[in-house]
Design a protein around this ligand. Structure first.
Ligand code: G6P
Ligand code: ZN
Length: 544
């Protein structure tokens, strides 16, 4: 049996786990004791029962294997009885959530910086998920932060690195490490949820797609599910091998970083569906032939058609969306007679609603969609639900979108990001907005009149916890709005996000250019917030 070794250490500043765990540059994580301090703080807070099971896996980015080996030794020293680790150190975030749940683990470490670039000079991250498979709630992340500020030692065992590439069990100290197939459990789960038969039949009749795995974690999952199990042609999955630096690309499935896919889908001879997922496999991009589907619309359209998928038939309890996500889903919920919950940004806020059976499907404007099958958003799940619906309904994505808007109206939507701005200016902008909350209602900006202005605060209906200051909402008469928020995930300076929404009813122009339709909201946002004055920018860096 290996000896437990106690390593003295000192706290590092700034180990606060943000919206999705601790995210820093690789060079920061590679400092002596840096990752170890954080992992020990997680274990101190988790205080596992003797013999508890821990899941470890990551998106395969640079530094993944190093931290996995460290974490395995530390888990052995901290009393875990078993670690389940994905082969090659790979587990997509939703697959990790599934493994935690399926094997009743006490929690899991997910090593990822999601859609941020990877490589020696890029980003890394560590996130702790709890026994329900979801990201740790604020009570837990707060305790982890407090622990990082007073930590004075971490525990490890003297043991060699394990062979992460060979399936099977090995001993590390008194603990067993099982190297598991990262794909099989997840692929089986997907097959249990969706009508694979209907999708296979559609493929046999000529339905085609392109899935861009962005050289990130979903490659092996998509190849197994789409090509091997559903029969899509070889080559349907592109960039399907996970690379440590994602091939030098930015693994964020949006219209900028997945531009080649977008161009393909808008061009001659496009396949029926185009889709992509991000670094760790929890985000999704959906593009029909000639029609980009915004994440907000995707949530609404999936919810409206969810009866097509066997696992969801007759059991849609509710829909949940983050506050900045458009209100398109609210109209579906109303029509279906189920509640629609509006939560702060961050998938973790859906956890209680899903656990309590109050919400079945959830989504965020930031390209996240998922359901109660795991406790993370799930990129491939969203793609498969789209495939399931299109296969059963025998319509194109474009036709489905037009039909949806004709029934519910359309929430034209865009997000304008101002990245890497000075924090002082960003704070002043938000403070200025707060000062105006009392006086905005009744004021007009061009054709828009403010109905309500507030700072969004959420009271969790399950545990009563309150999360205040979650962004400024300016709601106009008629269902349009502008939302202002500072990003919780940026690693440099501050990022201002301005969310713009124009609601056009079923009788209005449902197939116009989004930019044109949002012109009044864009002008109102500038007039209300003074974006140029506070940020020094006259245009956003990114529009999604
Ligand atoms: C991560 C979380 C999402 C969240 C997003 C918001 O991706 O997993 O749940 O919506 O961050 O990021 P932001 O930069 O807007 O705080
Ligand atoms: Zn992600």
């Amino acid at each position: 049996m290996s000896q437990i070794v106690t390593v003295p250490t000192q706290p590092y500043e700034g180990q606060a786990p943000g919206t999705s765990g601790l995210r820093k540059k690789v060079k920061v994580f590679a400092q002596p004791n840096y990752a170890e301090n954080f992992i020990q703080s997680v274990f101190d807070v988790a205080s596992p029962e003797p013999g508890a099971v821990l899941v470890i896996g990551g998106d395969g980015r640079f530094h993944n294997r190093t931290v996995i080996q460290q974490a395995i030794r530390m888990a052995a020293a901290n009393g875990y009885g078993k670690v389940l680790v994905g082969q090659g150190g790979i587990l997509s975030t939703p697959a990790a959530s599934n493994v935690i749940r399926k094997y009743q683990a006490s929690g899991g470490l997910i090593l990822s910086a999601s859609h941020n670039p990877g490589g020696p000079d890029e980003d890394f991250g560590i996130k702790y998920n709890i026994a329900n498979g979801g990201p740790a709630p604020e009570s837990v992340t707060g305790a982890i932060l407090a622990r990082t500020q007073e930590i004075d030692l971490w525990l490890t065992v003297e043991a060699d690195d394990i062979d992460l590439d060979t399936l099977g069990d090995v001993q590390v100290g008194a603990m067993t490490v099982s190297v598991i197939d990262p794909v099989a459990d997840y692929a089986d789960l997907m097959e249990s949820l969706f009508d694979f038969g209907a999708i296979r039949a559609a493929v046999a009749e000529g339905f085609t797609m392109r899935f861009d795995a962005m050289s990130a974690v979903t490659g092996p999952y998509a190849t197994e599910i789409l090509e091997n199990r559903l029969g899509f042609a070889k080559g349907t999955v592109i960039n399907g091998t996970p690379l440590e630096d994602f091939g030098g690309h930015h693994p964020d499935p949006n219209l900028i970083h997945a531009k080649a896919l977008y161009d393909l889908m808008m061009g001659e001879g496009a396949p029926d569906l185009g889709a992509a997922s991000d670094g760790d496999g929890d985000r999704n991009l959906i593009i029909g032939r000639g029609r980009f589907i915004t994440p907000s619309d995707s949530l609404a359209m999936l919810a409206a058609n969810i009866e097509c998928a066997p696992a969801y038939k007759g059991r849609l309890a509710g829909i949940a969306r983050s506050m900045p996500t458009s209100a398109a889903a609210d109209r579906v919920a109303e029509a279906l007679g189920v509640p629609c919950f509006e939560t702060p940004t961050g998938w973790k806020f859906f956890g209680n609603l899903l656990d309590a059976g109050m919400a079945t499907i959830c989504g965020e404007e930031s390209a996240g969609t998922g359901s109660d099958h795991v406790r993370e958003k799930d990129g491939l799940w969203a793609v498969l639900l789209w495939l399931n619906i299109l296969a059963v309904r025998k319509v194109s994505a474009d036709a489905l979108a037009l039909e949806h808007w004709a029934r519910f109206g359309r929430n034209y939507y865009a997000r304008h990001d101002y990245e890497g701005i000075e924090k002082a200016g960003a704070d002043a902008l938000m403070a200025g907005l707060k000062d105006q909350l009392g006086t905005l209602p009744g004021q007009s900006f061009g054709p828009l009149t403010v109905a309500v202005a507030d700072s969004f605060s959420y009271t969790d209906p399950v545990d009563g916890s309150v999360s205040a200051n979650q962004g400024i909402r300016v709601l106009f008469e008629g269902g349009s709005r502008v939302v202002f928020r500072l990003s919780g995930t940026g690693t440099q300076g501050a990022t201002l996000r301005v969310y713009l929404e124009n609601y056009t009813g079923p009788q209005g122009d449902l197939d116009a250019e989004t930019g044109d339709m949002l012109a009044p909201q864009i002008a109102a946002a500038e007039a209300i917030a003074g974006i140029a004055q506070h940020t020094g920018r006259t245009a956003p860096d990114v529009i999604t």
